[in-house]
Structures are given as C-alpha cells and as structure tokens.
Design a protein around this ligand. Structure first.
Ligand SMILES: [Zn+2]
Length: 526
C-alpha cells in the first residue's frame, strides 16, 4: 500500500490518532515514515512444488520471488523477514542438497532477517549453523551460508548458558530503529530427534521476548516486531484469534507491535491485546504484507495494516532468475528423482479413520516390521509428509513422502512399556496417534489420561502380556523419545537398522514392486 493510501486508511479508521502526538499537531506527512514488512513462514524448501488454493495454482519459489520483488518495489523501506521452518521436511530439489538450495533462494531474494523454526534443527545444531554461517558437508562440499542474520531469543547453549544467536536485531530504516526478536516454539524439544538438540535448551517464549523488549527499550527502540515460530490462527476477517501467539499476546510487553507467527501452516491476520498477529500458510503459497507508519520523532508505530497474499500464478510472471536456478538444481537431480521404484495399485493416503488410523501409516509401519523382523512396529504420522498416488512410484515420490532421513531401530520392550507408550499419545501438548503394525488396540476416548488403552492384541489376536518382552521397530526419532514418547527410551537391546526410506523401498521391491492400501481396523475407538 502506498503512503497516501495508508494515511487515508488510517484516517478512515481513526487508528492513526490513538496514542500519537499527531492529533494535536499540524498534519505533516513528512513526520511519518512508511515501512513495509514482507513475511514468509514454513517455506520448507518447497522450491519446485505447486499447490492449489481456491482452485488456482499457488506456490513455487519462482512465483513467490516474483511477488516479493514486486512488492518490494512499492516501498523503499521494505524488510523481508521469515519466522522459521524455511528448511527441513523439504521437497527433493532442496532436500537432496542438504537444503542449501533453499538458503541460496533466500539469499537471492534478499531476506533481511530470519529466525529458527523447529525444522532448522532436524539435522542438529551443527548442521543448522552450517546453513547459517557456511561450511563443508561431505555430500555437497563447501557452502557459503545465509547472507542475512538470524535471531533467536529462547534457544540457550547448555554449556555457556547464553543464547546461541542474538536474541534480537535492530534494523535502522530511514533513521528509525526497528527491533526484531526471534523465538521458536518450546514444542521443538518434543518434535526434533532428541539426540540432535542435546546441546541446547528451549526456554519460555514470552519470558525471552519480554527480556529482549527491556533491552530494546533501553536502547531507545520503540517499534518492535516478534518473528515467532509459534502457531497462530484466525478467521479471514480477523475474528477468532487462536493458538499460541494469541494466548501469549496478553503476557507480551505492550511495546511489541507485531507478531509474525508460523509452525501451524494456517492463516492468521488478527489482533490480540493491541498486537497484530499474522501467519501466511506455508510452502511458499502466500506471504504476509504488513504496512507500518512510524512517527519519526517518537519512533512509535502509529498505524499498522496487514494482508495475507496468496502467490497465485494467474496474472503473474515467474521470476526468470529463480526459475533458472531451480532448473539447474532440478536437472542434476532429475534422473535420480524419476527413477521408477514400483507402483501403487490405488492411492494410499494419510486420511484418518475415526480412531486416527491412516492407510499410509499402516503401510510404512508394515515396512518397518518386515525389514527389522520384529513383532511390532510404530510410525509417527508426522514423519509421513505426502500421500502416494495410484500408479508409478518414483524415487522422488517416495522421498517426498519420507523426507526426514531417520534410521530404523529395533528395541525390546515389555507389554507394560508398550501400554505406557500408547498412553503417551494423549499426554503432553502434542497429541498424536501412532500408526501400528503387529499390534491392534482399542481405546476409550473418554477415559482419563493414562487409562485410555483398554485392550491390546498381537497380530495373532493374543492379548499383549505386561511382563512379556516384544521386539519393536521404529525410527530413531521415536526411539529417542521424539513426539514426547519417552516410554520408548526404556527399550533395551537396540539394533540399528537402515534409513527409513531405504527400508520402505526394499519393502516395495520385496512385495514384487507393487503395494496396495493396507486394510484399516488395527486401532479402534470407543
Ligand atoms: Zn514448525
């Protein structure tokens, strides 16, 4: 929005005058500067993927780049920011190259500031820092790193007790300082492979934000923006603010003006306790456009407006330079991606039954059990990122479905420990129904936590005995307590298995090159 349009909108809504000295002084637009913040969240290295919204194509890094560049031209005072999960769980073009292409894309479109999402930690803090600061990887060689700074106020190095990144950054825009505070959801500790984040601690988001606000205020910064990899939601008209950002807002210092959310991949354009909260879906299908008017003298934001803009292909030309970049990555990877690995007799999807069972989850769990030759197998649904379509299955299809690079582990657990693990599906703040193979069970959704599982049987229909030992196949993510399943850490006699994706490919090959959707009915709810 242009400055004059912004002024008009401000005057029309009256927001402009509240708490500003403008009302009592003569109207001189020169005393105010217009700043545009463009925000992206949860891009997940989706350089080459296209999705649909309202029946129209959206996404693809060359389209997102075209939109960002066009909007940037509308205001010299533009900052491009992101609120995390820009890498990790990526599509193959970026993922196969350790997500370096996603970072190169961010460099090319000239991001100004970013923060960490949980997925930035997928391969550990060392690899996260390599992507930020540059360094060598055996697969890709030397990499330059991100050309822009990151902030994170609530990730602490356990050894030093200090934040691993600057808790905040200050950007001078036309002489006015704007503070940016980054935070990542404390859920990160439950949803990243625990061994990858042993060296860091995730502290309370609100406390970390408020401490940084204190510092910023002491430095004379009055315009403050939170880049939060924390969930946020609202209706399209701004009503019904929800999720973490909305819950946090009343406890956050009132000097914070805007919270860029993320993590839940949804829409948010709302306001809670005077703080604007935005989130623009995910995967490059949209971005947030926040227009600010800042009083040059008080350095306060006197008006703010936001729009969530979808990157519809219709009516926009893709950015040529980015298109070329993606094509060159793609050409390298194409042969590998297109390699045919087998076929699906029908589409196999993540669609849940009433109990939370998913056909594709059953299939993946079956492949774990078969390859690790165990009694039972578990798969966390969050590790499965795409459906399998009917027909030919390429390596790229399978990689997109299982992109995390986990390995399989075989453990021995007692029946009692298995029950404890299943009960953990309903404890904590992260509810997830694991997919099973070789284990059927019934749960009572109304029973209190800890007493929901009412019956467990093995694949022959025999009741699982509390004192008996069973062999279990799962990913090293779950085995080390991922998703909050700490009961699995009690497992003994660990045996390391192959990468989860390789195991799945082996399963297809050993099934004669063809897989069908497994029957459901393993998990019952009453
Ligand atoms: Zn996230």
């Amino acid at each position: 929005m242009s400055l004059s349009k912004l002024m008009l909108a401000a005057i029309a809504t009256g927001v402009f005058f509240i708490g500003s000295s403008f009302a009592s002084s003569s109207a001189d637009p020169g005393e105010y500067i217009s700043v545009q913040l463009l925000g992206v969240n949860d891009f997940h290295g989706q350089l080459e993927t296209v999705r649909t919204r309202d029946g129209k194509k959206v996404g693809g890094a060359e389209y997102l780049a075209a939109y960002l560049k066009k909007h940037r031209q509308e205001n010299d005072n533009t900052l491009l920011v992101h609120s995390g999960d820009m890498v990790g769980a990526s599509s193959p073009v970026s993922s196969l190259m350790q997500d370096e292409p996603a970072v190169e894309w961010m460099n090319e479109v000239e991001f100004d500031i970013g923060t960490l999402g949980n997925h930035e930690f997928d391969e550990g803090t060392e690899e996260m820092f390599r992507l930020l600061d540059g360094g060598k990887h055996e697969k890709t060689g030397t990499f330059e790193g991100a050309a822009f700074p990151y902030t994170a106020a609530n990730v602490i190095n356990k050894k030093t007790g200090k934040t691993i990144l600057p808790p905040y950054l200050i950007k001078e825009v036309d002489g006015v300082p704007i503070g940016f505070i980054g935070v990542v959801t404390t859920e990160t500790k439950d949803i990243v492979l625990p061994s990858e984040i042993e060296d860091v601690e995730f502290t309370d988001e609100v406390t970390a934000i408020n401490e940084s606000v204190k510092d910023l205020k002491a430095k004379g910064v009055q315009s403050i923006v939170v880049l939060g990899h924390v969930s946020a939601s609202s209706s399209e008209d701004g009503t019904n603010p929800g999720q973490d950002a909305a819950a946090f807002a009343p406890r956050i210092d009132d000097e914070v003006d805007i919270i860029f959310g993320g993590h839940s991949h949804g829409f948010a354009n709302t306001s809670v306790d005077g703080k604007m909260i935005v989130q623009s879906y995910s995967y490059g299908t949209a971005f947030s456009d926040v227009d600010l008017l800042i009083d040059r003298e008080t350095k306060e934001i006197v008006n703010k407006q936001a729009a969530i803009i979808s990157t519809y292909h219709d009516g926009t030309l893709p950015d040529k330079k980015i298109k070329k970049m993606i094509d060159s990555y793609s050409a390298d990877k194409q042969m590998m991606l297109e390699q045919k690995m087998g076929q699906a007799e029908a589409s196999i999807t993540k669609e849940k039954t009433a109990s939370g069972e998913r056909p594709i989850g059953n299939l993946v769990a079956d492949s774990h059990r078969e390859n690790m030759d165990t009694d039972i197998a578990f798969m966390n649904p969050g590790g499965i990122r795409a459906n399998l379509g009917e027909g030919e299955l390429t390596w790229g299809d399978l990689y997109t479905m299982l992109p995390f690079g986990t390995n399989l582990v075989k453990l021995s657990l007692t029946g009692a420990e298995l029950k404890e693990a299943l009960e953990q599906q309903w404890t904590g703040n992260f509810q997830t129904i694991m997919q099973t193979s070789g284990l059927d069970y019934t749960y009572d959704k109304d029973a209190p936590p800890g007493h929901k599982v009412v019956e467990m049987t093995d694949r022959d229909g025999n009741t699982i005995q509390p004192a008996q030992t069973y062999t279990v196949a799962l990913t090293n993510y779950l085995a080390t307590g991922g998703d909050g399943f700490t009961a699995f850490k009690k497992g003994h006699d660990p045996v390391e298995g192959p990468p989860t994706l390789d195991s799945f490919i082996t399963y297809i090959i050993e099934s004669g090159g063809s897989v069908a959707p497994p029957e459901t009915g393993r998990i019952q709810v009453q």
